[in-house]
Write a protein that binds this ligand. Sequence first.
Ligand code: ADP
Ligand code: MG
Length: 625
Amino acid sequence: RSNAEKFEFQAEVSRLMDIIINSLYSNKDIFLREIISNASDALDKIRFLSLVDKEVLGEGDTAKLEIQIKLDKEKKILSIRDRGIGMTKEDLIKNLGTIAKSGTSAFVEKMQTSGDLNLIGQFGVGFYSVYLVADYVEVISKHNDDKQYVWESKADGAFAISEDTWNEPLGRGTEIKLHLREEAGEYLEESKLKDLVKKYSEFINFPIHLWASKEVDVEVTSDEDETSDEETSKSSTSEEGEDEDTEKSEDEETEKKPKTKKAKETTYEWELLNDVKAIWLRSPKDVTDEEYTKFYQSLVKEFGDEKPMSWTHFTAEGDVEFKAVLFVPPKAPHDLYESYYNTNKANLKLYVRRVFISDEFDELLPKYLSFLKGLVDSDTLPLNVSREMLQQHSSLKTIKKKLIRKALDMIRKIAEEDPDESSDKDKTEVDTSSDDDEKKGQYTKFWNEFGKSIKLGIVEDATNRNRLAKLLRFESTKSDGKLTSLDQYISRMKPGQKDIFYITGTNKEQLEKSPFLERLKKKNYEVIFFTDPVDEYLMQYLMDYEDKKFQNVSKEGLKLERDSKTKELKETFKELTKWWKGALASENVDDVKISNRLDNTPCVVVTSKFGWSANMERIMQSQTL
Ligand code: ADP
Ligand code: MG
């Protein structure tokens, strides 16, 4: 084309395309999901802009927010068109070729080892998956701010952009024309496309239409005088029908009625492929577990066999109305805590009255719950304001508060439904339903993945501290190598025991040998082992639980039951302790006291009540957090 401008793909993008083209990956279907997902994003964008300015939508068909799929069997072209925001010439150059996204090289690297191409969408390079099935791709696009352009590439390291003077004007939006490879002929079958949309794009909130063929029975009415038998029978496809009709017409002839002939004809019409009723608008009792799982996968663009650990779906009513679905993912992302203090990762999508607003809105959940995925659809927030203004909106606080409550309830339920969690005495009460197996050990799994988040929550969220403390798990001198909870600890407390005892250190094995435990063990008191560096911080915030104080057994103030001997001993050794205190310089110790915390060990150095524990000193020195 005379007006075409040539560009080279950015190097990483070029490598990515080579990998895709030469891939032996068998599940090529994923390209359609990626293209539809981009179309849906583009539609979300124009709808969002239209909140402020309705004009951007245009008129007539251009204003219809939809996706259309068309097949051309002869030319072997599959086209997917949307009436989304479209791309300007500059957008086409940048988005489809010259600017590599941060995920590009990560994806390339992954593919070189044992990566799964299925995850391409998560790396932000889903578009290029079209080259799994096509060897030549045209992207026709019209943005409100620019003319219509065509981007085209045969994935040979270069692409071309031309002003579009030959295609039909799109009005607004994008049409992707895939010139399918020889072996990708199956994507010209309507049934295949219908199946794929059902399978992968169920949760797209815009109508997806297929230009589908339909065999229809047509009745060809003919008036004896005007139409001859010969002519009518030509359009019939069924010979038997023809015979019948002929017979009939012979009978009817005498009665001078107009005769009708049945015929088959292929017509085309737009067929709606998806059910656009959003899952969160449906009643939770009508949504199956499988649907929630698939919805989760579509949210996180993770299309494997990953099942969410748990979910909650609810409607909040009252002054602030909203619907929400929250999921606990099966695994923590590898960088969840790495970047904890630097980034605010938003994982909830925000909708206002069905309109997608943002997935970068981090005011919906506190940081410590940022591992949750899901969506909030608010009826109360105003539609036509900017994201910045939403941030200030008063109902946001209420939404956040309710989301936290529901999230914590959901997590508590994982524990309640886990047969491993119930102590022996309640075991008989737990019904042994068929999904027990699936729930078994779930809370331990949750704790191993996200336990640190719960601890950080205790530090950060004073309002919900007690609720979060209920979710804490740890090992103790009596937990027998398993995890136990504060409630379980309390149920095992000795009569007369006032405080909850704990000890902090690097690992259980070392703590078990600690002289601080000698007497407590001998007297059969249970002591919690806190071995995570974050536990030291945690215990600075968690002062008490269910009216019981926490007592670090390596700190001053440890009180076991009253012991009349202690007073006597104090008196007997008064002179010795006095001498000792004098002998040790005051910058080394605060005090020397008679203690009842030891059994075999003659003496021990303890930390003062408000000082750092020895473990904390160690942490501060190594700066592990
Ligand atoms: P991602 O969707 O994760 O951003 P993709 O590789 O799928 O990554 O798409 C790259 C970019 O190309 C998108 O971010 C978007 O800017 C642009 N794009 C792709 N398809 C369309 C479309 N149908 N309409 C408008 N822009 C699009
Ligand atoms: Mg995409």
